[in-house]
Design a protein around this ligand. Structure first.
Ligand SMILES: [Cu+2]
Length: 320
């Protein structure tokens, strides 16, 4: 990792020095934390957002690094170089300035150079790309496992390590949204996960192909019937993170968003215990605000988390 970061820094020094002033404002704009009104982070799309969403997991931070620091400077450099060459040819070799054109048709050193240099650029991009693909693939030391099943058109979440809690998560229809809830993104029962822990995610589907996509956490994997596909996440800090199915899966494709509540471990464990009790008692799933007073870092942290996660009606009610 260190090696790759040094490689990126030298790449920027080498070819991107001129581009840096252009790219930095974009990058800073893209990575500024999206703070929630109550102090917690919110991973959600914003109006007019053209860059990647800010990252709240190690995988997402690497995706941002690969895109912002490696691929984009290379793309900008090539576009500027080719446009400059084209402009120079138009200016220097038009009919007026160059009435007798050269009859040269081959230049072997030039042809070798314009084959080898792009190949080297592609290899330079492929090495960190492949490394990232393998990094996204799995975690070797998961704290817990989460089973995700895609259905037309809702998500099912199962927690095998917390007594097989199993519930459905449905989008809140637009006419039932409460203040603070997001159109096409808020759900009746959010996925609740502990922050700072490696979580193995095993995905499958009950019908057609779906895709489990949470941009701010760097999670994207197909959910395919008859297969189990693995990925993982480690949420950096408490907050609410939104995603959606991004594989066209039928008429209600837009009705299966993902809402993740990242909370401190003690609060997650308390919620899991309460959820298990309530599911067996009356089939209901408690909102995370039901255990909001339990936090990891003292009263300050727990209060903040309670405020972040408590949105009226967020998880109370519309049933499965
Ligand atoms: Cu889907």
């Amino acid at each position: 990792m260190q090696l790759l970061r040094r490689y990126a820094a030298s790449l920027l020094r080498g070819c991107g020095g001129l581009l840096l002033p252009l790219l930095l404002p974009l990058s800073a704009f893209a990575q500024g934390a999206h703070g929630g009104a109550d102090g917690g982070v919110v991973g959600a799309p914003r109006p007019w957002e053209i860059w990647l969403q800010p990252g709240y997991s190690p995988v997402k931070k690497d995706i941002i690094w690969l895109n912002n620091d490696i691929v984009t400077p290379i793309i900008v450099f090539i576009v500027v170089l080719v446009a400059g060459l084209l402009g120079w040819v138009l200016w220097r070799y038009n009919e007026k300035r160059n009435p007798v054109p050269s009859r040269i048709t081959h230049n072997q050193p030039l042809e070798i150079a314009w084959t080898v240099i792009p190949a080297l650029i592609l290899i330079g991009m492929a090495i960190p790309s492949f490394r990232l693909v393998f990094y996204e693939n799995k975690t070797n030391h998961p704290y817990m496992t989460l089973d995700v099943t895609g259905h037309q058109w809702y998500w099912e979440y199962r927690y095998p390590d917390q007594g097989n809690i199993d519930f459905m998560s449905n989008m809140i229809p637009q006419n039932k949204l409460k203040p603070g809830q997001l159109r096409l993104l808020s759900v009746n029962h959010p996925l609740v996960l502990p922050v700072g822990k490696n979580i193995r995610i095993l995905e499958t589907s009950g019908d057609v192909i779906h895709s489990f996509f949470i941009p701010s956490l760097g999670v994207q994997r197909y959910a395919i019937p008859g297969q189990t596909i693995q990925t993982w996440v480690r949420i950096d800090r408490p907050g609410t993170f939104y995603g959606e199915c991004n594989q066209i899966c039928g008429l209600g494709h837009h009705e299966m968003p993902i809402e993740v509540e990242g909370v401190p471990l003690p609060q997650f464990l308390a919620w899991a215990r309460l959820t298990k009790q309530q599911l067996s008692r009356n089939g209901s799933v408690p909102p995370i605000s039901a255990v909001a007073s339990i936090g990891a870092g003292g009263a300050g942290t727990s209060t903040k988390v309670a405020e972040v996660t408590h949105r009226p009606g967020a998880a109370s009610g519309t049933g499965d």
